[in-house]
Design a protein around this ligand. Structure first.
Ligand SMILES: [Zn+2]
Length: 318
């Protein structure tokens, strides 16, 4: 009997020990799990009053550095709406929020478009030097400029079969234009180049003559200031219909053809009529910009301007 009792006691102790350890492990695991959860962005975002769905949206679209930054701000429903927009750029977040606050917007994506192309700032206010390394994707607009002494390479004279006298342009551009002109001709249209590469000083003359005729505001709407013209890049052309006596390219069938087909040759209609707010220029049916085929079709497919393309696909990704 005594022997039996001796065996039973350690079993009992062992049994109690197992229960005891199990409780410790379970509660320890739970404690540890809570601890881990408190380290997550989901928990931290819930702590500053985002809902679970909102937190999940923020986590889906933002990286950890961006989320850390969100945690320093007060909860803002507009942030949740902004992050899931296609052309959202994180570094612009404060500017988007300011723009939304100051403007009566129908759609939050307007804030994204306008801020991405710097329209929350005045023209010529904080000029940015154009990046010459972007080549045919170089952006020159009312915020990005070329210096007075900038003269592009590979500028060649255009043969009189394609342009009025005195025109010269980047070699890639004229090669693409030759193909375009041949295709247009097959369709029955004669498209010629009116104006092409302009150096700083000739742009200065264009703008100043407009200014003396119409004043600064109108001159700015219809011509670029020296250094801010795409024509100085060597990648922009103004075209005309050779047989158009009215000198209104936008009303010709050549224009309809050009608008539909220029993308296949690497050109884009640079200042469309429904995008004046974005480009900062009045509608110019005659002005085309060479960006290469790949970019031209992307811009057409996404129905965006070159300014928007540059902000999102070039500046933002570099
Ligand atoms: Zn032009």
């Amino acid at each position: 009997m005594a022997k039996k009792r001796k065996i039973k006691k350690p079993i009992k102790i062992g049994f109690l020990l197992i229960i005891f350890l199990t409780v410790i492990v379970f509660s320890g695991t739970k404690f540890y799990k809570d601890y881990l959860y408190k380290q997550t962005y989901e928990y931290k975002l819930l702590e500053i009053n985002y809902t679970l769905d909102e937190s999940k949206t923020l986590i889906k679209f933002l990286n950890s550095q961006e989320l850390d930054n969100i945690l320093t701000k007060e909860k803002d429903n507009n942030i949740v709406k902004l992050v899931s927009e296609k052309y959202f750029i994180y570094k612009n977040i404060e500017r988007y929020l300011n723009y939304i606050e100051k403007n009566d917007l129908k759609n939050i994506s307007n804030a994204i478009v306008m801020v991405n192309v710097n329209r929350d700032r005045d023209y010529y206010e904080e000029p940015i030097k154009a990046n010459l390394e972007d080549k045919e994707l170089m952006l020159v607009n009312k915020y990005h400029y070329l210096e007075e002494n900038y003269e592009p390479d590979n500028i060649i004279k255009i043969s009189p079969s394609y342009a009025y006298e005195g025109n010269s342009i980047n070699e890639d551009v004229i090669n693409a234009f030759k193909e375009l002109a041949a295709e247009a001709k097959n369709a029955g249209y004669t498209i010629v180049i009116n104006s092409s590469y302009r150096d700083y000083n000739s742009q200065k003359e264009v703008w100043e003559s407009r200014k003396s005729l119409y004043g600064t505001r109108k001159a700015d709407a219809y011509a670029a200031r020296a250094g801010y013209s795409e024509h100085q890049t060597g990648y922009a052309i103004d075209v005309a219909d050779f047989y158009d006596e009215n000198d209104k390219f936008g009303e010709t069938e050549s224009f309809t053809w050009m608008k539909e087909n220029c993308y296949n040759f690497g050109f884009i209609l640079r200042y469309p009529d429904d995008k004046e707010d974005v480009t900062g220029y009045s509608y110019e049916p005659w002005h085309y910009r060479y960006v290469g085929r790949k970019t031209a079709s992307k811009i057409k497919n996404e129905n965006i301007t070159f300014d928007e393309y540059y902000a999102f696909y070039i500046e933002n990704k570099s």
